[in-house]
Design a protein around this ligand. Structure first.
Ligand SMILES: Cc1cc2nc3c(=O)[nH]c(=O)nc-3n(C[C@H](O)[C@H](O)[C@H](O)COP(=O)(O)OP(=O)(O)OC[C@H]3O[C@@H](n4cnc5c(N)ncnc54)[C@H](O)[C@@H]3O)c2cc1C
Length: 457
C-alpha cells in the first residue's frame, strides 16, 4: 500500500465510496478504498449490495453529477447496453393515482441494472491516479491519537490473515445503512450524532422478465406509485440485456411475496394495470427476491458538538431513504460534490464545514421522502401544518398534471432533484393547481403498447 503523506482511506466501495474516492483523488496523493466484499471485475451482484437485485433509478441530478465526476461515463454506459431516455419523455409516471402527462424535457437519463452502473463507476475510479482497492477486508475499528482528538486510520481484518493497521490523514465512512460509526464514536468517547428515524416498513420483491419486443413502447422505466388507499407500488426498469426488472413494493408491512403465484396476485391488486399487463404478456426469467427496508434514517452529523478530526461520513451512512423514491445514489453523489467544494476551498476538510455542506445537499431529498411517507396515516411522525398543506397541494398538482405537461415537468424536476421543492409553488403553477380543483381524468390509456400519440401531449 502506498504510504503517501497525504493519504485518505474510504471505508466501503459501493456507490458512495466510489464517488468519494473520485473526489478525494483530486487532492490526496493516495486514496485506499477498503471493502469487505471481494470486488468483481465485471458487472455482478455482490453480497454487500443486495439492493442491486432490485429496480434502481438514477435521478436526473445524479446523472449530471456522475458525468461531472467521471466525464464520458454516460457514453460508456450506453456502449455497455444501458438505455438513454428523457426524464419525462421516457418514464411512465403514475403518481398518487394520476398518470402524468408526458413530453420530452431535455433531461437525459440512464436506465440499466445497478450492478452495471457500479461496475462502470468502479472501473473508472480504479484508473484514477493514486486510487487503490483493499477489498476482501473488513473494517474493524478506527485508530486515533492518544488524546482521541484525531483519527489516524483504521484497523482492518481479512479472512486467514492478521489484522492490519492502515494510517490515513483522512478517513471517510461510506459503509452504508449498517455503518458502525455511532459505536465507533462512542468507543472514542464522543456522542453519536442525533438520529431521526421514520418507520415505513417497506418490502420489495423483484423478478426479472422478458417482455415482447416494444411492449412498453419507448418507456424505459415505469413508476407506479402508492396512494393512501392502496399502499402498494411497482417499478419496471429496462436492463442492459433487453430484459426488465419488475419490482413490487408495499408499505407498512404490506410486503409483496416471493412465491411466484402470489407475486402475480399482488401485482393484480395495483391501482393501474400497466405492470400486470406487462407481466402477463412477458416471460419470468427467475424467482422473485425480497428486500426489507424498515425505516428512513438520518444521522444529523451537522448537529454534533464535538467530533474527531480526520474523520467524515457520507452516503447512506448519513441518510438512508425509502428506496421507492430512488434518492440514495444521487444523494451520495451530491454529498460527494459537497465534499469536493469543501476540499477546493480549504485543502484539509474541516468536519463542521463538511457536515453542514453535506446536510444542505440532502435536505431536499429528505424533505421529499419524509413528506411523501407522512401521507400515510400509519407512518409515525409529526405532521406539521406545512407538511399537511404541501401534501394537499401536491395531490392537486398530480391531478392537474394528468392534462398539463408543464406541471408534470415541474414535478419530475423536483423529484429528480434538479429543481428545489419550492419551485412547485411558483405563482403561475400555483394558480393552475388551485384552479384545477383536483379532479382526475381517470386512469388513462390501459397500456399494451402506449403509442406516443396516446401518452404525449
Ligand atoms: C431495495 C433498494 C432499492 C434502492 N433503489 C434505489 C434507486 O432506485 N435509486 C437510488 O439512487 N438508490 C436506491 N437505493 C439506495 C442505494 O442503493 C444507495 O443509496 C447507494 O448504494 C449508496 O449507498 P452507500 O454507498 O452509502 O452504501 P451501500 O450501497 O450500502 O454500500 C456500503 C458498502 O460498504 C461495505 N461495507 C459495509 N460494512 C463494511 C465494513 N465493516 N468493512 C468494509 N466494508 C464494509 C459494503 O460491502 C458495501 O459495499 C436503493 C436501496 C435499496 C435497499
Amino acid at each position: 500500500m502506498p504510504e503517501g503523506k497525504n493519504r485518505a482511506v474510504v471505508l466501503g466501495a459501493s456507490m458512495a465510496g466510489l464517488l468519494t474516492a473520485a473526489v478525494l483523488s483530486r487532492t490526496y496523493d493516495s486514496v485506499t478504498l477498503v471493502e469487505r466484499d471481494v470486488l468483481p471485475t465485471s458487472p455482478a451482484h455482490r453480497r454487500g449490495v443486495p439492493q442491486s437485485r432490485h429496480t434502481h433509478a438514477l435521478l436526473a441530478s445524479g446523472v449530471r453529477q456522475l458525468e461531472e465526476f467521471l466525464p464520458g461515463l454516460a457514453d460508456e454506459a450506453v456502449a455497455a447496453g444501458a438505455h438513454q431516455g428523457d426524464l419525462l419523455g421516457n418514464i411512465r409516471w403514475i403518481i398518487n393515482g394520476h398518470r402524468l402527462r408526458r413530453m420530452d424535457i431535455g433531461q437525459p437519463m440512464l436506465f440499466c441494472g445497478r450492478h452495471l452502473l457500479e461496475d462502470l463507476v468502479r472501473t473508472r475510479v480504479r484508473a484514477l491516479p493514486g486510487v487503490e482497492f483493499a477489498d476482501g477486508r473488513d473494517v474493524i475499528e478506527l485508530t486515533a491519537t492518544a488524546d482521541r482528538r484525531r483519527v489516524t486510520g483504521v484497523r482492518v481484518g481479512a479472512q486467514g490473515a492478521e489484522d492490519q493497521a492502515l494510517t490515513a490523514d483522512l478517513v471517510v465512512d461510506t459503509t452504508g445503512r449498517a455503518s458502525r460509526m455511532p459505536r465507533w464514536l462512542t468507543d472514542l468517547g464522543y456522542e453519536p450524532a442525533p438520529v431521526e428515524r421514520m418507520a415505513v416498513d417497506v418490502g420489495y420483491s423483484t423478478r426479472r422478465y422478458r417482455f415482447p419486443e416494444g411492449f412498453l413502447g419507448e418507456d424505459r422505466l415505469v413508476l407506479l406509485g402508492w396512494t393512501p388507499d392502496n399502499p402498494r407500488a411497482a417499478g419496471m426498469v429496462a436492463l442492459e440485456d433487453g430484459t426488465h426488472f419488475v419490482t413490487l413494493a408495499g408499505l407498512l408491512g404490506d410486503h409483496p411475496p416471493t412465491d411466484p403465484d402470489e407475486f402475480t396476485d399482488f401485482a393484480e391488486t395495483l391501482q393501474f394495470p400497466d405492470v400486470i399487463d406487462a407481466m402477463r404478456a412477458g416471460e419470468p426469467l427467475d424467482d422473485p427476491v425480497a428486500f426489507r427496508y424498515p425505516a428512513n434514517v438520518r444521522h444529523h452529523y451537522e448537529q454534533v458538538r464535538d467530533f474527531p478530526d480526520g474523520l467524515l461520513v457520507l452516503g447512506d451512512a448519513v441518510c438512508a431513504f425509502n428506496p421507492l423514491y430512488g434518492q440514495g445514489m444521487t444523494s451520495a453523489a451530491l454529498q460527494a460534490a459537497a465534499l469536493g467544494r469543501v476540499l477546493a476551498d480549504g485543502g484539509k476538510p474541516d468536519w463542521r464545514t463538511y457536515f453542514k455542506a453535506a446536510a444542505a445537499a440532502v435536505n431536499d431529498a429528505w424533505d421529499i421522502t419524509t413528506a411523501s411517507d407522512l401521507v400515510f396515516p400509519g407512518v409515525p411522525g409529526k405532521r406539521t401544518p406545512r407538511v399537511r398543506v404541501i401534501n394537499a397541494y401536491l395531490a392537486r398538482l398530480h391531478a392537474a398534471a394528468e392534462t398539463d405537461p408543464s406541471l408534470s415537468e415541474a414535478f419530475v424536476r423536483v423529484t429528480g432533484l434538479i429543481a428545489p421543492p419550492q419551485s412547485l409553488l411558483r405563482p403561475d403553477r400555483a394558480v393552475k393547481v388551485l384552479l384545477h380543483g383536483g379532479r382526475s381524468v381517470g386512469p388513462g390509456p390501459r397500456t399494451g403498447v402506449p403509442t406516443p400519440e396516446k401518452v404525449r401531449p
